[in-house]
Design a protein around this ligand. Sequence first.
Ligand code: ASP
Length: 561
Amino acid sequence: MQIKREHGGVVFVDLRDRTGIVQLVFNEQYSAKCFRMVTELKQEYVISAFGEVRRRENPNPELQTGNFEVWVDEYTVLNGAKTPPIGVTKQSGVSEELRLKYRYLDLRRAKMRENILMRHKIVNSIRGYLNEMGYIDIETPFLTKSTPEGARDFLVPSRLNPARFYALPQSPQIFKQLLMVAGFEKYYQIVRCFRDEDLRADRQPEFTQIDIEASFIEEEDIYRLIDGMFTKVLGDCYGISLETPVKRLSYDTAMECYGTDRPDLRYEMEIRDLFSFQTLNPKEFICEGFEKGKRLYGLLVDKTEGVTRKTLDSFTDFAKKRGADLFTWMRCVKGEESGPMMKLFGSGIKEEVRKEGKSDFTLLAAFGVKQAVLPAMGWIRQEMARILGLTQKDNLSFCWITDFPLFEWSEEENKIVSVHHPFTSPKEKDIEVFEKDPFLAKSKSYDFVLNGIELGGGSIRIHRNDVQKRVFSVLGIEDDEIRKKFGFLLEALQYGAPPHGGIAFGLDRIVMMLQKEESIRDVIPFPKTAKGTCPLTGAPDAVNISQLSELGIHLDEVTGE
Ligand code: ASP
Protein backbone atom coordinates (compact mmCIF):
# COMPACT_ATOMS: atom_id res chain seq x y z
CA MET A 1 0.00 0.00 0.00
CA GLN A 2 1.49 3.31 -1.07
CA ILE A 3 -0.81 6.12 0.07
CA LYS A 4 -4.13 6.40 1.89
CA ARG A 5 -6.46 9.40 1.46
CA GLU A 6 -9.55 9.85 3.58
CA HIS A 7 -12.65 11.73 2.38
CA GLY A 8 -15.58 11.49 4.80
CA GLY A 9 -17.19 8.10 4.33
CA VAL A 10 -14.65 6.99 1.75
CA VAL A 11 -11.00 5.98 2.00
CA PHE A 12 -8.88 5.79 -1.17
CA VAL A 13 -5.82 3.60 -1.18
CA ASP A 14 -3.10 3.51 -3.87
CA LEU A 15 -2.09 -0.11 -4.21
CA ARG A 16 1.20 -0.70 -6.00
CA ASP A 17 2.70 -3.70 -7.73
CA ARG A 18 5.48 -3.85 -10.30
CA THR A 19 3.14 -2.83 -13.11
CA GLY A 20 2.05 0.39 -11.40
CA ILE A 21 -0.78 1.64 -9.22
CA VAL A 22 -4.48 0.93 -8.88
CA GLN A 23 -6.89 2.85 -6.68
CA LEU A 24 -8.81 0.88 -4.06
CA VAL A 25 -12.01 2.34 -2.65
CA PHE A 26 -13.15 1.60 0.89
CA ASN A 27 -16.69 2.91 0.97
CA GLU A 28 -18.73 2.88 4.17
CA GLN A 29 -21.99 2.25 2.31
CA TYR A 30 -20.50 -0.45 0.11
CA SER A 31 -18.65 -2.44 2.79
CA ALA A 32 -18.96 -1.09 6.31
CA LYS A 33 -16.64 -3.82 7.61
CA CYS A 34 -13.77 -3.05 5.24
CA PHE A 35 -14.26 0.66 5.83
CA ARG A 36 -14.02 0.15 9.59
CA MET A 37 -10.88 -1.95 9.34
CA VAL A 38 -8.99 0.15 6.83
CA THR A 39 -7.57 2.36 9.59
CA GLU A 40 -5.11 -0.46 10.30
CA LEU A 41 -3.44 -0.10 6.86
CA LYS A 42 -0.18 1.76 6.88
CA GLN A 43 2.35 2.76 4.25
CA GLU A 44 4.08 -0.22 2.56
CA TYR A 45 1.79 -2.85 4.09
CA VAL A 46 1.41 -5.86 1.81
CA ILE A 47 -2.23 -6.65 1.16
CA SER A 48 -4.44 -8.63 -1.15
CA ALA A 49 -7.82 -7.14 -1.99
CA PHE A 50 -10.96 -8.46 -3.65
CA GLY A 51 -13.71 -6.28 -5.05
CA GLU A 52 -15.60 -4.85 -7.94
CA VAL A 53 -13.83 -3.01 -10.74
CA ARG A 54 -15.69 0.21 -11.50
CA ARG A 55 -15.24 3.15 -13.83
CA ARG A 56 -13.92 6.17 -11.89
CA GLU A 57 -16.05 9.21 -11.48
CA ASN A 58 -12.96 11.42 -11.55
CA PRO A 59 -10.50 9.74 -13.90
CA ASN A 60 -6.79 10.39 -13.37
CA PRO A 61 -5.22 10.82 -16.83
CA GLU A 62 -1.72 10.53 -15.36
CA LEU A 63 -2.26 6.94 -14.26
CA GLN A 64 -2.37 4.05 -16.69
CA THR A 65 -5.24 2.61 -14.64
CA GLY A 66 -6.69 6.10 -14.06
CA ASN A 67 -10.12 5.29 -15.54
CA PHE A 68 -10.83 2.48 -13.09
CA GLU A 69 -10.86 1.66 -9.39
CA VAL A 70 -11.62 -1.36 -7.25
CA TRP A 71 -14.41 -1.17 -4.63
CA VAL A 72 -13.15 -3.46 -1.90
CA ASP A 73 -15.40 -6.22 -0.50
CA GLU A 74 -12.67 -8.06 1.28
CA TYR A 75 -8.99 -7.70 1.96
CA THR A 76 -6.19 -9.41 3.85
CA VAL A 77 -3.04 -7.97 5.34
CA LEU A 78 -0.28 -10.32 4.16
CA ASN A 79 2.43 -8.46 6.03
CA GLY A 80 2.94 -5.23 7.92
CA ALA A 81 5.78 -2.75 7.42
CA LYS A 82 7.88 -0.46 9.55
CA THR A 83 7.85 3.19 8.50
CA PRO A 84 10.40 3.32 5.67
CA PRO A 85 13.51 5.39 6.45
CA ILE A 86 13.59 6.75 2.87
CA GLY A 87 10.69 7.82 0.67
CA VAL A 88 9.35 5.28 -1.79
CA THR A 89 7.28 7.77 -3.75
CA LYS A 90 9.35 10.93 -3.56
CA GLN A 91 12.78 11.55 -2.14
CA SER A 92 14.49 14.76 -1.30
CA GLY A 93 17.72 15.27 0.51
CA VAL A 94 18.29 11.52 0.93
CA SER A 95 21.98 10.64 0.74
CA GLU A 96 23.12 8.04 -1.74
CA GLU A 97 24.60 6.05 1.15
CA LEU A 98 21.12 5.72 2.69
CA ARG A 99 19.52 4.93 -0.66
CA LEU A 100 22.01 2.10 -1.13
CA LYS A 101 21.63 0.85 2.45
CA TYR A 102 17.88 0.51 1.87
CA ARG A 103 18.21 -0.28 -1.81
CA TYR A 104 15.18 -2.61 -1.73
CA LEU A 105 13.08 0.40 -0.72
CA ASP A 106 14.82 2.75 -3.14
CA LEU A 107 14.04 0.29 -5.94
CA ARG A 108 10.32 0.62 -5.11
CA ARG A 109 10.35 4.16 -6.53
CA ALA A 110 8.65 4.37 -9.91
CA LYS A 111 11.69 5.76 -11.76
CA MET A 112 14.02 3.13 -10.36
CA ARG A 113 11.58 0.35 -11.12
CA GLU A 114 11.20 1.70 -14.64
CA ASN A 115 14.99 1.74 -15.10
CA ILE A 116 15.38 -1.86 -14.00
CA LEU A 117 12.44 -3.07 -16.08
CA MET A 118 13.78 -1.19 -19.10
CA ARG A 119 17.20 -2.73 -18.55
CA HIS A 120 15.56 -6.13 -18.83
CA LYS A 121 13.78 -5.06 -22.02
CA ILE A 122 16.99 -3.75 -23.56
CA VAL A 123 18.88 -6.95 -22.71
CA ASN A 124 16.05 -9.01 -24.14
CA SER A 125 16.05 -7.03 -27.35
CA ILE A 126 19.83 -7.37 -27.74
CA ARG A 127 19.70 -11.10 -27.06
CA GLY A 128 16.87 -11.52 -29.53
CA TYR A 129 18.79 -9.63 -32.19
CA LEU A 130 22.09 -11.44 -31.70
CA ASN A 131 20.37 -14.83 -31.55
CA GLU A 132 18.62 -14.03 -34.80
CA MET A 133 21.91 -13.02 -36.39
CA GLY A 134 23.32 -16.46 -35.54
CA TYR A 135 25.38 -15.49 -32.49
CA ILE A 136 25.62 -17.97 -29.66
CA ASP A 137 25.76 -17.22 -25.99
CA ILE A 138 28.82 -18.91 -24.49
CA GLU A 139 30.05 -18.54 -20.92
CA THR A 140 33.67 -17.85 -20.03
CA PRO A 141 35.33 -18.24 -16.62
CA PHE A 142 35.34 -15.72 -13.81
CA LEU A 143 38.22 -17.33 -11.95
CA THR A 144 40.95 -16.83 -14.48
CA LYS A 145 44.17 -15.08 -15.38
CA SER A 146 44.72 -11.39 -15.92
CA THR A 147 43.34 -9.88 -19.14
CA PRO A 148 45.05 -6.62 -19.98
CA GLU A 149 42.37 -3.92 -20.38
CA GLY A 150 44.36 -1.22 -18.67
CA ALA A 151 42.98 -1.53 -15.13
CA ARG A 152 44.09 -3.25 -11.94
CA ASP A 153 42.91 -6.83 -11.40
CA PHE A 154 40.73 -8.06 -8.57
CA LEU A 155 42.59 -11.07 -7.20
CA VAL A 156 41.14 -14.19 -5.60
CA PRO A 157 43.44 -16.42 -3.58
CA SER A 158 43.38 -20.11 -4.40
CA ARG A 159 43.10 -22.30 -1.26
CA LEU A 160 44.06 -25.42 -3.15
CA ASN A 161 47.08 -23.77 -4.73
CA PRO A 162 48.85 -21.83 -1.99
CA ALA A 163 50.39 -18.52 -3.00
CA ARG A 164 48.55 -18.65 -6.31
CA PHE A 165 45.82 -16.19 -7.30
CA TYR A 166 43.05 -16.07 -9.84
CA ALA A 167 42.26 -12.72 -11.44
CA LEU A 168 38.65 -11.81 -12.05
CA PRO A 169 38.27 -11.01 -15.75
CA GLN A 170 38.56 -7.37 -16.80
CA SER A 171 36.84 -8.66 -19.94
CA PRO A 172 36.44 -12.06 -21.63
CA GLN A 173 38.81 -10.81 -24.36
CA ILE A 174 41.22 -13.75 -24.57
CA PHE A 175 38.55 -16.39 -24.07
CA LYS A 176 36.37 -14.97 -26.82
CA GLN A 177 39.36 -15.06 -29.15
CA LEU A 178 40.01 -18.67 -28.13
CA LEU A 179 36.36 -19.43 -28.94
CA MET A 180 37.07 -18.16 -32.46
CA VAL A 181 40.11 -20.44 -32.68
CA ALA A 182 37.78 -23.22 -31.48
CA GLY A 183 35.56 -22.53 -34.50
CA PHE A 184 32.37 -21.10 -32.97
CA GLU A 185 32.45 -18.18 -35.45
CA LYS A 186 29.85 -16.00 -33.75
CA TYR A 187 29.89 -15.50 -29.97
CA TYR A 188 28.19 -13.18 -27.55
CA GLN A 189 27.79 -12.94 -23.83
CA ILE A 190 26.14 -10.43 -21.55
CA VAL A 191 28.64 -10.74 -18.82
CA ARG A 192 29.98 -9.21 -15.65
CA CYS A 193 33.52 -7.77 -15.82
CA PHE A 194 35.71 -6.56 -12.99
CA ARG A 195 38.16 -3.67 -12.95
CA ASP A 196 39.81 -2.34 -9.84
CA GLU A 197 39.91 1.33 -10.78
CA ASP A 198 39.46 4.55 -8.90
CA LEU A 199 35.75 5.11 -9.34
CA ARG A 200 34.14 7.97 -11.20
CA ALA A 201 30.47 8.79 -11.75
CA ASP A 202 30.25 6.40 -14.68
CA ARG A 203 32.41 3.57 -13.35
CA GLN A 204 31.71 0.57 -11.13
CA PRO A 205 34.17 -2.12 -10.00
CA GLU A 206 31.88 -4.71 -11.51
CA PHE A 207 29.88 -3.83 -14.58
CA THR A 208 28.08 -5.62 -17.37
CA GLN A 209 29.44 -5.93 -20.86
CA ILE A 210 27.71 -6.94 -24.06
CA ASP A 211 30.60 -8.90 -25.46
CA ILE A 212 30.70 -9.92 -29.11
CA GLU A 213 33.22 -11.70 -31.34
CA ALA A 214 33.02 -13.14 -34.85
CA SER A 215 35.28 -14.84 -37.37
CA PHE A 216 35.95 -13.99 -41.02
CA ILE A 217 34.84 -10.40 -40.61
CA GLU A 218 36.21 -6.92 -41.22
CA GLU A 219 35.38 -3.54 -39.66
CA GLU A 220 32.50 -3.01 -42.08
CA ASP A 221 30.73 -6.17 -40.79
CA ILE A 222 30.92 -4.91 -37.21
CA TYR A 223 29.53 -1.49 -38.16
CA ARG A 224 26.59 -3.11 -39.92
CA LEU A 225 25.93 -5.58 -37.08
CA ILE A 226 25.95 -2.89 -34.41
CA ASP A 227 23.97 -0.33 -36.40
CA GLY A 228 21.36 -3.09 -36.65
CA MET A 229 21.55 -3.87 -32.95
CA PHE A 230 20.89 -0.27 -31.92
CA THR A 231 18.15 0.07 -34.52
CA LYS A 232 16.48 -2.94 -32.92
CA VAL A 233 16.91 -1.75 -29.31
CA LEU A 234 15.69 1.78 -29.99
CA GLY A 235 12.73 0.47 -31.98
CA ASP A 236 11.75 -2.28 -29.52
CA CYS A 237 12.22 -0.30 -26.33
CA TYR A 238 11.60 3.33 -27.22
CA GLY A 239 9.78 3.30 -30.57
CA ILE A 240 12.57 5.45 -32.01
CA SER A 241 14.06 4.83 -35.44
CA LEU A 242 17.79 5.17 -35.89
CA GLU A 243 19.18 6.68 -39.03
CA THR A 244 21.71 4.25 -40.48
CA PRO A 245 24.47 3.88 -41.37
CA VAL A 246 25.55 5.63 -38.19
CA LYS A 247 27.96 8.47 -38.96
CA ARG A 248 31.63 7.45 -39.06
CA LEU A 249 34.59 9.67 -38.30
CA SER A 250 38.22 8.70 -38.31
CA TYR A 251 40.10 9.32 -35.07
CA ASP A 252 42.19 11.99 -36.81
CA THR A 253 39.11 13.84 -38.07
CA ALA A 254 37.41 13.62 -34.68
CA MET A 255 40.45 15.10 -32.97
CA GLU A 256 40.86 17.82 -35.60
CA CYS A 257 37.20 18.88 -35.66
CA TYR A 258 36.07 18.21 -32.09
CA GLY A 259 39.27 17.90 -30.05
CA THR A 260 38.22 14.51 -28.67
CA ASP A 261 37.73 10.90 -29.73
CA ARG A 262 34.29 11.01 -28.05
CA PRO A 263 32.63 13.91 -29.82
CA ASP A 264 29.17 15.02 -28.86
CA LEU A 265 27.49 15.50 -32.22
CA ARG A 266 24.20 16.85 -30.92
CA TYR A 267 25.60 20.20 -32.00
CA GLU A 268 27.95 21.21 -34.81
CA MET A 269 30.38 23.86 -33.53
CA GLU A 270 33.46 22.43 -35.19
CA ILE A 271 36.86 23.55 -34.04
CA ARG A 272 38.56 25.58 -36.75
CA ASP A 273 42.17 25.60 -37.73
CA LEU A 274 43.06 29.30 -37.75
CA PHE A 275 46.41 28.72 -39.42
CA SER A 276 45.60 31.49 -41.90
CA PHE A 277 45.69 34.00 -39.02
CA GLN A 278 49.47 33.81 -39.15
CA THR A 279 49.32 36.24 -42.05
CA LEU A 280 47.43 38.81 -39.95
CA ASN A 281 50.55 40.36 -38.54
CA PRO A 282 50.32 38.78 -35.09
CA LYS A 283 52.51 39.66 -32.08
CA GLU A 284 56.04 38.40 -32.36
CA PHE A 285 55.73 35.49 -29.95
CA ILE A 286 52.80 34.17 -31.98
CA CYS A 287 54.77 34.52 -35.23
CA GLU A 288 57.62 32.61 -33.68
CA GLY A 289 55.26 29.99 -32.37
CA PHE A 290 53.76 29.47 -35.81
CA GLU A 291 57.24 29.08 -37.22
CA LYS A 292 58.00 26.38 -34.65
CA GLY A 293 54.89 24.49 -35.72
CA LYS A 294 52.50 25.75 -33.07
CA ARG A 295 48.89 26.21 -34.09
CA LEU A 296 45.90 28.43 -33.44
CA TYR A 297 42.54 26.69 -33.14
CA GLY A 298 39.26 28.51 -32.70
CA LEU A 299 35.61 28.04 -31.96
CA LEU A 300 33.10 30.37 -33.53
CA VAL A 301 30.00 30.64 -31.39
CA ASP A 302 26.92 32.24 -32.86
CA LYS A 303 26.04 33.96 -29.62
CA THR A 304 27.46 36.67 -27.45
CA GLU A 305 25.22 36.51 -24.41
CA GLY A 306 25.85 33.80 -21.84
CA VAL A 307 29.60 33.92 -22.46
CA THR A 308 30.51 35.78 -19.28
CA ARG A 309 33.83 37.09 -18.15
CA LYS A 310 33.92 34.38 -15.50
CA THR A 311 33.42 31.71 -18.13
CA LEU A 312 36.17 33.16 -20.30
CA ASP A 313 38.51 33.27 -17.31
CA SER A 314 37.77 29.64 -16.55
CA PHE A 315 38.54 28.75 -20.19
CA THR A 316 41.85 30.59 -19.90
CA ASP A 317 42.78 28.65 -16.78
CA PHE A 318 41.74 25.36 -18.31
CA ALA A 319 43.57 25.88 -21.60
CA LYS A 320 46.76 26.81 -19.76
CA LYS A 321 46.47 23.83 -17.45
CA ARG A 322 46.13 21.64 -20.52
CA GLY A 323 49.40 23.01 -21.88
CA ALA A 324 48.21 25.69 -24.33
CA ASP A 325 50.42 28.81 -24.51
CA LEU A 326 47.49 31.14 -24.75
CA PHE A 327 43.72 31.37 -24.67
CA THR A 328 42.10 34.42 -26.17
CA TRP A 329 38.79 35.67 -27.54
CA MET A 330 36.97 38.35 -29.42
CA ARG A 331 33.37 39.29 -29.67
CA CYS A 332 31.29 41.02 -32.27
CA VAL A 333 28.07 42.71 -31.23
CA LYS A 334 25.99 44.31 -33.98
CA GLY A 335 29.05 44.42 -36.21
CA GLU A 336 31.37 45.95 -33.55
CA GLU A 337 34.40 43.83 -32.68
CA SER A 338 36.11 43.89 -29.28
CA GLY A 339 38.19 41.66 -27.02
CA PRO A 340 41.86 40.86 -26.30
CA MET A 341 42.33 38.88 -29.50
CA MET A 342 42.14 42.15 -31.45
CA LYS A 343 45.35 43.31 -29.81
CA LEU A 344 47.21 40.11 -30.58
CA PHE A 345 46.69 40.44 -34.32
CA GLY A 346 46.91 43.33 -36.75
CA SER A 347 43.92 45.28 -37.97
CA GLY A 348 43.35 42.72 -40.74
CA ILE A 349 41.64 40.49 -38.23
CA LYS A 350 38.44 42.52 -38.63
CA GLU A 351 38.38 41.81 -42.37
CA GLU A 352 39.10 38.17 -41.71
CA VAL A 353 36.23 37.60 -39.26
CA ARG A 354 33.81 39.70 -41.32
CA LYS A 355 34.24 37.15 -44.11
CA GLU A 356 31.98 34.94 -42.01
CA GLY A 357 29.11 37.35 -42.64
CA LYS A 358 27.96 37.26 -39.01
CA SER A 359 27.13 40.39 -37.07
CA ASP A 360 26.95 38.75 -33.61
CA PHE A 361 29.40 36.10 -32.54
CA THR A 362 32.12 35.13 -30.10
CA LEU A 363 35.39 33.70 -31.33
CA LEU A 364 37.32 31.66 -28.77
CA ALA A 365 40.84 30.58 -29.62
CA ALA A 366 43.82 28.80 -28.13
CA PHE A 367 47.41 28.77 -29.33
CA GLY A 368 50.18 26.29 -28.70
CA VAL A 369 51.24 22.78 -29.65
CA LYS A 370 48.49 20.95 -31.47
CA GLN A 371 48.40 18.01 -29.02
CA ALA A 372 47.61 20.39 -26.16
CA VAL A 373 45.41 22.92 -27.94
CA LEU A 374 42.99 20.51 -29.63
CA PRO A 375 41.90 18.64 -26.46
CA ALA A 376 41.61 21.96 -24.61
CA MET A 377 39.38 23.36 -27.35
CA GLY A 378 37.42 20.10 -27.31
CA TRP A 379 36.59 20.62 -23.65
CA ILE A 380 35.76 24.29 -24.23
CA ARG A 381 33.45 23.27 -27.09
CA GLN A 382 31.60 20.95 -24.72
CA GLU A 383 31.35 23.60 -22.03
CA MET A 384 30.02 26.14 -24.51
CA ALA A 385 27.37 23.68 -25.66
CA ARG A 386 26.32 23.14 -22.07
CA ILE A 387 26.14 26.87 -21.39
CA LEU A 388 24.14 27.45 -24.57
CA GLY A 389 21.73 24.63 -23.70
CA LEU A 390 22.56 22.46 -26.71
CA THR A 391 22.81 19.22 -24.78
CA GLN A 392 19.20 18.08 -24.41
CA LYS A 393 19.07 14.46 -23.39
CA ASP A 394 16.25 13.71 -25.82
CA ASN A 395 18.56 14.10 -28.78
CA LEU A 396 20.50 10.94 -29.46
CA SER A 397 23.51 11.43 -31.66
CA PHE A 398 25.50 8.27 -32.36
CA CYS A 399 28.78 8.01 -34.19
CA TRP A 400 31.59 5.59 -34.91
CA ILE A 401 35.17 6.66 -34.35
CA THR A 402 37.47 4.56 -36.51
CA ASP A 403 41.15 4.02 -37.32
CA PHE A 404 42.66 4.78 -33.93
CA PRO A 405 46.43 4.85 -33.60
CA LEU A 406 47.83 1.44 -32.65
CA PHE A 407 50.07 2.75 -29.86
CA GLU A 408 50.36 5.84 -27.71
CA TRP A 409 52.75 7.16 -25.11
CA SER A 410 51.49 6.88 -21.53
CA GLU A 411 52.83 9.69 -19.36
CA GLU A 412 51.47 7.93 -16.30
CA GLU A 413 53.27 4.66 -16.96
CA ASN A 414 56.14 6.32 -18.80
CA LYS A 415 56.05 3.77 -21.60
CA ILE A 416 54.44 2.92 -24.91
CA VAL A 417 50.99 1.32 -24.55
CA SER A 418 48.25 0.02 -26.85
CA VAL A 419 45.45 2.50 -27.51
CA HIS A 420 42.87 -0.31 -27.31
CA HIS A 421 44.55 -3.52 -26.16
CA PRO A 422 47.53 -5.52 -27.39
CA PHE A 423 45.39 -7.92 -29.45
CA THR A 424 44.28 -5.16 -31.84
CA SER A 425 45.37 -5.63 -35.43
CA PRO A 426 47.38 -2.96 -37.22
CA LYS A 427 45.91 -1.69 -40.48
CA GLU A 428 46.99 -3.74 -43.51
CA LYS A 429 49.44 -1.05 -44.64
CA ASP A 430 51.15 -1.07 -41.24
CA ILE A 431 51.22 -4.78 -40.53
CA GLU A 432 54.75 -5.41 -41.76
CA VAL A 433 56.22 -2.05 -40.72
CA PHE A 434 54.66 -0.82 -37.47
CA GLU A 435 57.94 -1.12 -35.57
CA LYS A 436 59.51 1.60 -37.74
CA ASP A 437 57.50 4.42 -36.24
CA PRO A 438 54.99 2.83 -33.87
CA PHE A 439 53.18 6.10 -33.19
CA LEU A 440 52.31 6.51 -36.87
CA ALA A 441 50.74 3.05 -37.18
CA LYS A 442 46.97 2.89 -37.32
CA SER A 443 44.80 0.05 -36.09
CA LYS A 444 41.64 -1.73 -37.19
CA SER A 445 39.75 -0.45 -34.20
CA TYR A 446 36.58 1.47 -33.52
CA ASP A 447 34.55 3.04 -30.75
CA PHE A 448 30.81 3.61 -30.67
CA VAL A 449 29.88 6.95 -29.15
CA LEU A 450 26.60 8.50 -28.05
CA ASN A 451 26.30 12.19 -27.12
CA GLY A 452 29.95 12.40 -26.13
CA ILE A 453 30.01 9.15 -24.13
CA GLU A 454 31.81 6.04 -25.30
CA LEU A 455 29.31 3.18 -25.23
CA GLY A 456 31.65 0.54 -26.57
CA GLY A 457 34.67 -0.31 -28.60
CA GLY A 458 36.55 -3.12 -30.21
CA SER A 459 38.78 -4.14 -33.04
CA ILE A 460 39.75 -6.66 -35.64
CA ARG A 461 42.30 -8.85 -33.84
CA ILE A 462 45.72 -10.09 -34.65
CA HIS A 463 45.31 -13.71 -35.75
CA ARG A 464 48.94 -14.37 -36.66
CA ASN A 465 51.28 -15.54 -33.95
CA ASP A 466 54.28 -13.67 -35.40
CA VAL A 467 52.43 -10.32 -35.57
CA GLN A 468 51.16 -10.75 -32.01
CA LYS A 469 54.69 -11.43 -30.80
CA ARG A 470 55.97 -8.31 -32.58
CA VAL A 471 53.27 -6.15 -30.97
CA PHE A 472 54.19 -7.47 -27.52
CA SER A 473 57.77 -6.68 -28.28
CA VAL A 474 57.01 -3.05 -29.28
CA LEU A 475 55.13 -2.79 -25.97
CA GLY A 476 58.36 -3.77 -24.27
CA ILE A 477 57.03 -7.01 -22.80
CA GLU A 478 59.93 -9.37 -22.22
CA ASP A 479 59.89 -12.81 -23.88
CA ASP A 480 59.69 -14.49 -20.54
CA GLU A 481 56.70 -12.43 -19.47
CA ILE A 482 55.03 -12.99 -22.84
CA ARG A 483 55.42 -16.75 -22.40
CA LYS A 484 54.07 -16.63 -18.85
CA LYS A 485 51.14 -14.32 -19.46
CA PHE A 486 50.10 -15.01 -23.02
CA GLY A 487 51.89 -18.22 -23.99
CA PHE A 488 48.59 -20.06 -24.24
CA LEU A 489 47.15 -17.47 -26.63
CA LEU A 490 50.25 -17.42 -28.82
CA GLU A 491 50.16 -21.19 -28.94
CA ALA A 492 46.47 -21.20 -29.89
CA LEU A 493 47.17 -18.78 -32.75
CA GLN A 494 49.39 -21.47 -34.26
CA TYR A 495 46.60 -23.98 -34.66
CA GLY A 496 44.68 -22.41 -37.51
CA ALA A 497 43.20 -19.26 -35.98
CA PRO A 498 40.69 -17.63 -38.33
CA PRO A 499 40.75 -13.87 -38.91
CA HIS A 500 38.41 -12.47 -36.29
CA GLY A 501 37.29 -9.37 -34.46
CA GLY A 502 34.67 -8.05 -32.13
CA ILE A 503 33.40 -5.38 -29.86
CA ALA A 504 32.11 -4.88 -26.33
CA PHE A 505 29.59 -2.41 -24.91
CA GLY A 506 28.98 -1.22 -21.40
CA LEU A 507 25.38 -2.21 -20.79
CA ASP A 508 25.08 0.04 -17.74
CA ARG A 509 26.11 3.07 -19.76
CA ILE A 510 23.70 2.23 -22.57
CA VAL A 511 20.78 1.97 -20.15
CA MET A 512 21.88 5.12 -18.32
CA MET A 513 21.99 7.14 -21.53
CA LEU A 514 18.73 5.83 -22.93
CA GLN A 515 16.95 6.30 -19.61
CA LYS A 516 18.42 9.82 -19.37
CA GLU A 517 20.00 9.17 -15.99
CA GLU A 518 23.06 10.98 -14.69
CA SER A 519 24.73 7.99 -13.07
CA ILE A 520 25.08 4.31 -13.93
CA ARG A 521 24.25 3.60 -10.28
CA ASP A 522 20.65 4.49 -11.10
CA VAL A 523 20.35 1.66 -13.60
CA ILE A 524 22.16 -1.05 -11.62
CA PRO A 525 20.02 -2.84 -9.02
CA PHE A 526 22.75 -3.16 -6.38
CA PRO A 527 25.65 -0.86 -7.23
CA LYS A 528 28.66 0.04 -5.14
CA THR A 529 29.37 3.51 -3.74
CA ALA A 530 32.11 5.70 -5.16
CA LYS A 531 34.42 4.05 -2.62
CA GLY A 532 33.56 0.57 -3.88
CA THR A 533 31.50 -0.39 -0.85
CA CYS A 534 28.00 -1.83 -0.53
CA PRO A 535 26.18 -0.11 2.36
CA LEU A 536 23.44 -2.75 2.21
CA THR A 537 25.55 -5.83 2.87
CA GLY A 538 28.60 -4.12 4.35
CA ALA A 539 30.92 -5.50 1.67
CA PRO A 540 33.88 -5.53 1.55
CA ASP A 541 34.16 -6.95 5.02
CA ALA A 542 36.81 -8.34 7.36
CA VAL A 543 37.08 -12.15 7.41
CA ASN A 544 37.99 -14.68 10.08
CA ILE A 545 41.63 -15.23 10.80
CA SER A 546 40.97 -18.95 10.29
CA GLN A 547 39.66 -18.28 6.77
CA LEU A 548 42.79 -16.32 6.01
CA SER A 549 45.13 -18.91 7.39
CA GLU A 550 43.44 -21.60 5.26
CA LEU A 551 44.40 -19.40 2.33
CA GLY A 552 47.89 -18.98 3.66
CA ILE A 553 47.36 -15.24 4.05
CA HIS A 554 48.79 -13.30 6.93
CA LEU A 555 47.79 -9.66 7.54
CA ASP A 556 50.57 -7.51 8.95
CA GLU A 557 48.23 -4.94 10.30
CA VAL A 558 44.50 -5.28 10.68
CA THR A 559 42.67 -2.03 10.12
CA GLY A 560 38.94 -1.23 10.04
CA GLU A 561 36.35 -2.68 12.37
N1 ASP B 1 37.71 -6.40 -24.64
C1 ASP B 1 37.50 -5.02 -25.01
C2 ASP B 1 37.06 -4.23 -23.78
O1 ASP B 1 36.61 -4.80 -22.81
C3 ASP B 1 36.49 -4.85 -26.07
C4 ASP B 1 36.84 -5.57 -27.31
O2 ASP B 1 37.90 -5.32 -27.88
O3 ASP B 1 36.01 -6.38 -27.75
O4 ASP B 1 37.14 -3.00 -23.77
